[in-house]
Design a protein around this ligand. Structure first.
Ligand code: NAI
Length: 343
């Protein structure tokens, strides 16, 4: 079996080389992202392996099919970058549904603590031997209300962490989960999340329904001083609305591991360049905004789980003819082929 990897970084190569060792799989690692201009690189391969910022739209799908590529192996959980409706019946799409919800949930809490205790400021100050505490006052998380939107694998781990800090947790999900209710967490409406939360954390997928879930309207009903955490997908938040809320001092802080236009920038080194995206540049310049570049997944455990599941997905599909992590499009939604779960 031959797999062409796109948007590959050194840490991907390390993890995949270890997993592939001893298996009858030939790989080629490309640094470039998969898009309409780079499809040709998949010539002669059975499958392409892609990440969050590769583009698998109708044109790319047509080109891949014409090249004889049979499968798109997503080495991530989200699939908003794939035109699932168009792919159905043409090319197999497989994903890694879970690799380490702890990695993402722990990163979310790391961002929150950094923000509320001004660790990012303290780090820079003390390196400059500036030991002043002016403007460093934070607040206790204990007793604060956190609204968690999306109570799937990552949301649930994040809820556990918040409960450990003694926080009051409110939750919203399209499909509420008993495990969450049993912890004493209350499912409420989105409006209630916005009105009552001191901190809002996003852990739902990006769909047509959740696009710009946090927009001007939502922010206007949020508490003054609310902190927005987004480690899910950039387009859940209208970045322009967020920036204007930060500028008006209505929003107390934002911690973003994802950004709507991240595919142009994230994972690459732009130091020494003039950043073309004014909204991103302005957000980064704010003292109460912390941006990491889609790093929440990046732990040793997650990388090795991603590699193992991706390769097992390919082996299942090509050797057994089916794979439990295949995605299908039925009716108007994407579903998990094995258990029929809708997204
Ligand atoms: P999951 O599928 O286990 O959970 C997603 C939850 O969102 C489900 O409970 C689902 O019912 C809920 N949901 C679906 N539509 C909704 C809607 N309209 N409103 C509210 N809730 C809705 O997924 P998991 O593993 O917890 O991942 C969550 C998201 O985290 C992924 O979609 C992905 O975008 C993001 N992610 C980010 C990573 C990073 O490195 N920053 C790494 C991995 C995932």
């Amino acid at each position: 079996m031959k797999i062409a990897f796109f948007d590959t970084k050194s840490y991907d190569i390390d993890a995949f080389d270890k997993t592939i060792k001893g298996k009858n799989i030939e790989v080629k690692y490309y640094e470039t992202k998969l898009n309409e201009d780079t499809c040709e690189l998949a010539h002669g391969f059975d499958a392409v392996c892609v990440f969050v910022n590769d583009t698998i739209n109708s044109k790319v799908i047509d080109k891949l099919c014409a090249l004889g590529v049979k499968a798109v192996l997503l080495r991530c959980a989200g699939f908003n970058n794939v035109d699932m409706k168009y792919a159905f019946g043409k090319i197999h799409v497989l994903r890694v549904p879970a690799y380490s919800p702890y990695a993402v949930a722990e990163h979310t809490m790391a961002l929150l603590l950094t923000s509320v205790r001004r660790i990012h400021k303290a780090y820079i100050r003390t390196r400059d031997f500036n030991f002043s505490l002016n403007k460093m006052t934070g607040f206790d998380l204990f007793g604060k209300t956190v609204g968690v939107i999306g109570t799937g694998k990552i949301g649930r781990v994040f809820i556990n962490i918040c409960l450990g800090f003694g926080m009051r947790v409110l939750a919203y999900d399209k499909f509420p989960c008993d495990e969450v209710k049993e912890k004493g967490v209350e499912y409420v409406s989105l409006d209630t999340i916005f009105k009552e939360s001191d901190i809002i954390s996003l852990h739902c997928p990006l769909t047509e329904e959740t696009y710009h879930l946090i927009d001007n309207n939502a922010l206007s009903i949020c508490k003054k001083g609310v902190i927005i955490l987004n480690t899910s997908r950039g387009a859940l938040v209208d970045a322009e609305a967020l920036l204007s809320g930060i500028k008006s001092r209505h929003i107390g802080g934002a911690c973003l591991d994802v950004y709507e236009e991240e595919s142009d920038f994230f994972f690459e080194d732009f130091s020494g360049h003039i950043l073309e995206d004014d909204i991103l540049a302005r957000l980064i310049s704010m003292p109460n905004v912390i941006v990491t570049s889609h790093q929440a997944f990046l732990t040793n455990e997650a990388l090795s789980n991603i590699a193992e599941t991706t390769i097992n997905n390919a082996l299942d599909l090509f050797e057994k003819g089916q794979c439990e992590n295949e995605l299908c499009f039925r009716g108007s939604t994407t579903v998990d082929c094995k258990n029929g779960k809708c997204f």
